[in-house]
Design a protein around this ligand. Sequence first.
Ligand code: ZN
Length: 659
Amino acid sequence: MTTENETFIWQTEQFADIRILRYRVDGFENLSLSQKYMVWHLFQAALAGRDIIYDQNYKYNLLIRNVLELILETQPKEETSADFQNFESYVKQFWFSNGLHHHYSTDKLVPNFSKAFFYEAFQQIHEDHLPLKPGQKKSELLEFIAEQLFNPEIAPKRVQQEDGRDLIKDSACNFYENVLQQEAEAFYASKINPDPERPVSWGLNSKLVKQNQQLKELIYKSDGRYGKAIRKIVIQLEKARQYAENELQREIICKLIDFYETGDLALFDAYSILWVKDINSTIDFVNGFIEVYGDPLGYHGAWQSVVSMRDEEASKRFSQISSLASWFEENSPIDPDHKRADVAGVSYKVIKVIVEAGDNAPSSPIGVNLPNADWIRSEHGSKSVSLGNIEDAYEMSSKTNGSLEAFFLPDQQERIKKHGSIASKLHTGLHEVIGHGSGKLMPGVATPKETLKSYSNTIEEARADLVALYYITDPKMVETGLCESEEVGKAEYDGFMVNGLMRQLVRVELGKSLEESHMRNRQLIASWVFEKGKSENVVEKISINDTSFIRINDYQKLRQLFGELLKEIQRIKSEGDYVAARYLVESYGVKVDFVLHTEILNRWNQLGIAPFAGFIQPKLSVEKKDGRIVDVLVSYPDDFKEQMLYYSRNYSFLPVLNE
Ligand code: ZN
């Protein structure tokens, strides 16, 4: 790390349960001018879609955001009352979550400013500025928004995953209107694929509505739903296309434009296939409707964008992972029938993010593996990406906050300090490249989404994590130099078990169970191996001064247990065994021990560290000479609120009421 890194302010503020961080894009200045122009337009295309995710998350989000921002901007600068500060913190949480519901738990955010303050502040907004519907009175809008914010009965949850409920009716997300879960499932089950071997990702770019007793999809496209934002995206993509680094990249951008203009999902598949093949460009980007975690049924894609440049040095270091892909598959503990014969085509690179938007911001993933369509992955491979500078920012900001000491035994701490950074990068690489890229479905078995339903995400994440855990302690790791010693794998095991059994609970409210797929998968794995290894004391819970710790007594045996569970999880996916998926997730991945949870939360609260973190995006600006652009510069803003307001002022392209 350079000295610049040491003086850089990684964390700018903390509010509610959130820390705001910044990340650096070192090396941006060395890009060619043409590459910088392309990034400049891709950057604009990313921000142009920001409103879409708000609307997808909840149908009144844009309206509510508009009112919240008006209040914030109407309040006098010198206002410092507790109510105002709590209000400001609430608005920041709202931005952080891209709407009314917590980005992680998806529960509705709870305002801790008074209703009286809200009414008073609202009244100060001039009527002309308010987003009133024709004929709507100011007081009516006020009542409506107040109900949205303060009434816990209204839209309590964005994504409902609880077994046995109507997942659509009980979810506030905006992917359905007047539709029941059964109707939606039947609608998509009845879709006919022109090529059954290559199923279309039905629903990925639409909202499903019932009008006059008829189900119909409102397609996201230039002249369809979200058209106003999509047309802005297309304009920027057209400009970016002129600066493409090579012919393939130009074609990729063309296909994406065609997809946005027609909404034809076959074009999206064609785009994805081209995108997988582009492993040589320095600049890369994702811009589209991608991940389906925001839809309880997993059909509709949330809009997102990442613009990045390749981290040449780190990519080279980890390229061995992809070159070993076939070896990994051959030596995997899974049933031979469930192995992929041909694992070529999985590429891995480390990138430096330049900007993220939509579902990827302000909270960011650290690894991405796309495309999602299973048939494209098995025929054309997938691209696996680690967001290196995002990981660095997390690490730099949390080096000295005391959390390591609070959850780990002294020898574990030492190991993690020495090897934790490389261990977690390796885990991410193995998870993304080998994990998601491995295994196959048995002939005739439908996609996991259809067979495993709401458990499919948890099972898939568990599968990928287990592959990483199984291999990180393989002798091959040290042989090939990917790990400098066996200690790296041990550091990862310590970290994973402590996180899965205890530490991740800091993200959950007391009394609640686990809902998010990654959390469920981590607890599923950790508590399953804990239980199975109990008779041999493979892993034990110990208590020192009434504080619980986890100690691994036999790392080799633990590895075997990871292998056993991997075999079973792969079988579940390959055969589409819903009953077994449900059993594993519900018995190991959902319930939380109340006493332990209380202890963990107390320990965490003493540290005073917010459990979630997200980012202020870098800012790009152009330098002009004699009216011509001569350079594109990157800078690092340090005020989250300013950035959010700036985005809302400059990149709001959708009507606040998009009904
Ligand atoms: Zn994953």
